[in-house]
Ligand binder design. Structure first.
Ligand SMILES: [Cu+2]
Length: 94
């Protein structure tokens, strides 16, 4: 039982570390509330195998677009859903 618990803990730590690694940094370039899109000049996005670039993303929650503006520094996660790149979490940096 102890071995199983240790294995589970190790797996959780590895999972948490992976989730952490998937966070990317970006600077907001443009916010399009009516289209529900955001343009980010982003750093490497490891889970998408994407190098740094400036590109347009859809957002999972359009309410996030009220909290950011061009020039803001953000951290975010992104995924590819139905052929579109979607921001799945977004936080402004202090
Ligand atoms: Cu990109």
């Amino acid at each position: 039982m102890k071995r199983i618990t240790t294995l589970l803990a190790t797996t959780l730590i590895a999972f948490a570390a992976h989730a952490q690694a998937d966070r990317a940094e970006a600077e907001v370039r443009k916010v399009d509330k009516s289209a529900g899109k955001i343009t980010l000049k982003h750093g490497e996005i490891k889970n998408l195998d994407m190098p740094p670039m400036t590109m347009v993303f859809e957002v999972k929650d359009r309410a996030w677009l009220d909290k950011v503006k061009a020039g803001d520094k953000v951290t975010f996660t992104a995924a590819k859903e139905g052929g579109q790149y979607v921001v799945t979490s977004l936080q402004t940096q202090p």
